[in-house]
Write a protein that binds this ligand. Structure first.
Ligand code: SF4
Length: 699
């Protein structure tokens, strides 16, 4: 019996990319392995996590879509009829044509997500976005559910999106502040947790600032819990302390920052806005004033000190302010641009050091965009003109992904025809009229670049035939392109292998090495964000009005936010919902991907974290089933009573699939059943700004 060892790439949306080996016997994957690679403390190999290692079980998940399906019962019932590819694609083409001729292109909603990530544009959103670029200017449900508010803040203050320094730079750090950041579970850049641990071994002090003592706490010396949504107040009080005690890096501010004097005056209450003392912040954040002073002194004096901000603090009602406040704090501390003193970035840099060409796009761009946080309200409230006729969802479990999931289900009822192109029968697919089954990573080839702070190129090979009649996104879109009359433009006569060959021919990389090793690794010098700017701000102007970092942003005024990175209080809790809800990422899922993998659900049971004091008041025990209710919905879930979350806050990991019972209770426990559809002032998600109550069931 021959065992084949075939390299493929895990492209889950975790903030990393990992190489894996599929061990294949008789056309079946029998084991997932990792390749042996050079592995030193300062040059570690990529370390796959439990999600990647459990890929094998996902191939055969019960919820796997194996055949083209057409709905035969009520939406959501799961009643489908198996049809041929020709039947399914003819039906989809018919509805696209009808929508185009009656409602016009904008009546077609194209929704994408990161459920399948492509290296060279052949899979997931890349494949369908190319298709629609040749088809017509449709409506796109798109936007960054992860890091929108940080990206907006960066554009205002720094003139561009900033990923952050390479993680290897942490080895220079004397202090690391992990602010709402949980790299132990969410990765956010390959090997982030490794570099944090290695820096600590080399003497760095590591502090976690977070309402939860996440698994990242194991890498830290201290945990500073703060109330969700109050990050900007804590940052302001730390900056105030730095100025008040002469610790602020005024030389850096003078040289490199516009608006810093206005900022300082605001911190000291000039103009009647109140002085942002640690005592002021204590009442807001729940962090003792003494701890705030200690944090400020450490951050200003233990140089270089890195501030790594996660995405949780900015996924809030005024998330722009959290992101702005942390940029201002980093500048005030004087660490920006110092090696090992990184400024928290958005972590989204995709490395294309190998400079591979992209696939060509057609002439059309979307006619309009709908934010993923509020598309359902736009449909339900009849705001769209023309109204939607077709929803075409690719690589997205749109219902789970969006805030206010129950509204999303209702919105799907209003759309005459929905296509779900997905490897799984997700809650979104269960409400579709047609399901087009998609091949997964091991079932199709690609060439994949690594995700930020890292420089690998992976030869992701097809290890096995697709399950059932699943096909690649590229194949599906090419078949539809044929029906719509632009196959030649879309495919240029190539199949997937043909495109990958064309990519190879257009670049002089050492392809022989990639063929032999399955991976190319480039090792550029680790990069410190803003290093050159710090050395010579005038010589390296930013793309802002002044060419400098800007603390005062008129763009903020235009969306109703203050000119400066000030704290803006959350709206008060609605009556009867006293607990703040956090919806962090789970160790065992990448958003809602992998919810269908039973192995992973055993690794980490789905629970609501509740502080021991709150649980005592409610009479709730660990392991007991409870209802968690918000003004928008109710879920049933087991309680996890713990001191690892601050009082007044509960936490439910996002990404399990919504499953409503007869009474409308979500027994799947999806966090977005509880969230509302509010957006931040600039249109970002606010999934960490919701209020709930916990009700014991006492069965
Ligand atoms: S989920 Fe991320 S860290 Fe885990 S194996 Fe996949 S790419 Fe690697």
């Amino acid at each position: 019996m021959t065992t084949l060892r075939i390299p493929f790439t895990c492209t889950l949306d975790c903030g990393s990319r990992c190489e894996l080996i599929a061990e294949v016997v008789n056309g079946e994957v029998v084991r997932i392995d990792t390749p042996a690679r050079e592995d030193t403390d300062s040059r570690p190999r990529l370390i796959p996590c439990v999600r990647g290692r459990a890929h094998r079980r996902l191939l055969a998940a019960e919820e796997r879509a194996r055949y083209p399906l057409v709905r035969s019962g009520p939406r959501g019932s799961g009643q489908f009829q198996r049809v041929s590819w020709d039947q399914a694609l003819d039906l989809v083409a018919l509805h696209l044509r009808n929508a185009l001729s009656t409602g016009g292109p904008a009546s077609i909603l194209h929704a994408t997500g990161a459920g399948a990530v492509s290296g060279r544009g052949l899979h997931g959103a890349s494949a369908s976005t190319r298709f629609f670029s040749y088809f017509a200017p449709v409506t796109e449900i798109s936007g960054n559910m992860s890091v929108h508010n940080t990206m907006v803040a960066q554009r205002w203050m720094l003139g561009r999106h900033v990923s952050g320094s390479d993680r290897a730079m942490l080895l220079h750090s004397k202090l690391i502040l992990l602010w709402g950041h949980n790299p132990a579970d969410t990765h956010m850049g390959p090997n982030t947790a490794h570099y944090v641990a290695e820096a600590r071994d080399r003497g760095a002090r590591v502090i976690l600032i977070d309402p939860r003592l996440s698994d990242t706490g194991a890498l830290c010396d201290h945990w500073v819990p703060l109330r969700p949504g109050t990050d900007a107040a804590l940052a302001a009080a730390m900056a105030y302390t730095m100025f008040a005690e002469g610790l602020a890096d005024t030389a850096f501010l003078e040289r490199a920052v516009s608006g810093h004097e206005l900022y300082r005056r605001n911190l000291f209450g000039v103009g009647g806005t109140g002085t942002k003392t640690p005592e002021w912040a204590e009442g807001i954040t729940g962090v003792p004033a003494g701890t705030i002073r200690w944090l400020a002194r450490l951050y200003a004096t233990q140089r270089p000190a890195a501030l790594l901000a996660g995405w949780g603090p900015q996924r809030t009602r005024y998330g722009e302010q959290a992101a702005r406040a942390l940029i201002a704090l980093g500048c005030t501390s004087g660490n920006v641009g110092l090696r090992g003193g990184g400024l928290g970035g958005n972590g989204t840099r995709t490395s294309n050091l190998f400079r591979l060409p992209s696939l060509p796009a057609g002439p059309f761009r979307p006619a309009r965009f709908l934010p993923p946080g509020s598309w359902a309200q736009a449909v339900l409230e009849g705001q769209l003109d023309p109204p939607p006729a077709v929803l075409y969802a690719v690589a997205t479990n749109l219902v789970n992904r969006s805030q206010a999931s129950v509204d999303c289900l209702q919105a799907l009822e209003r759309i005459p025809f929905t296509v779900a192109q997905d490897p799984f029968l997700t809650p979104t697919a269960l409400h579709a009229d047609v399901v087009l089954p998609v091949a997964m990573e091991m079932e199709r080839p690609d060439i994949v670049g690594s995700w930020g702070y890292d420089a690998h190129l992976f030869d992701s090979r097809q290890a096995i035939a697709p399950r059932g009649e699943a096909r690649s996104d590229y194949w599906i879109m090419a078949q539809l392109a044929r029906r719509m009359g632009f196959e030649e433009a879309y495919t240029q006569g190539r199949n997937e292998e043909g495109w990958l060959q064309a990519v190879r021919e257009q670049s002089d990389l050492p392809w022989e090495t990639l063929n032999r090793e399955g991976v190319l690794r480039s090792d550029p010098e680790p990069r410190e964000e803003f290093e050159t700017y710090r050395q010579d701000p005038a010589g390296h102007p930013l793309d802002t009005r002044s060419g400098r970092i800007e603390f005062a942003n008129p763009e903020a005024l235009q969306v109703g936010l203050p000119l400066l990175p000030e704290y803006v209080p959350l709206p008060p809790a609605p009556e009867g919902f006293p607990l703040q809800l956090l919806t962090p990422h789970a160790r065992t899922r990448a958003n809602s991907c992998l919810a269908a993998n039973p192995w992973l659900q055993r690794v980490e049971p789905h629970v609501v974290w509740i502080n021991a004091a709150d649980a005592r008041d409610l009479g709730v025990q660990s392991g007991e089933q409870v209802l968690v209710r918000s003004p928008r919905g109710v879920i049933r879930i087991a309680a996890f009573v713990t001191e690892r979350i601050m009082p007044g806050v509960v936490s439910i990991a996002q990404g399990t699939w919504i499953r409503l019972d007869q009474e409308g209770i979500d027994v799947g426990g999806s966090a977005n059943t509880l969230t509302d559809s509010a957006l931040s002032p600039s249109g970002g998600p606010t999934t960490h700004s919701n209020w709930v109550r916990v009700e014991p069931i006492h069965e």
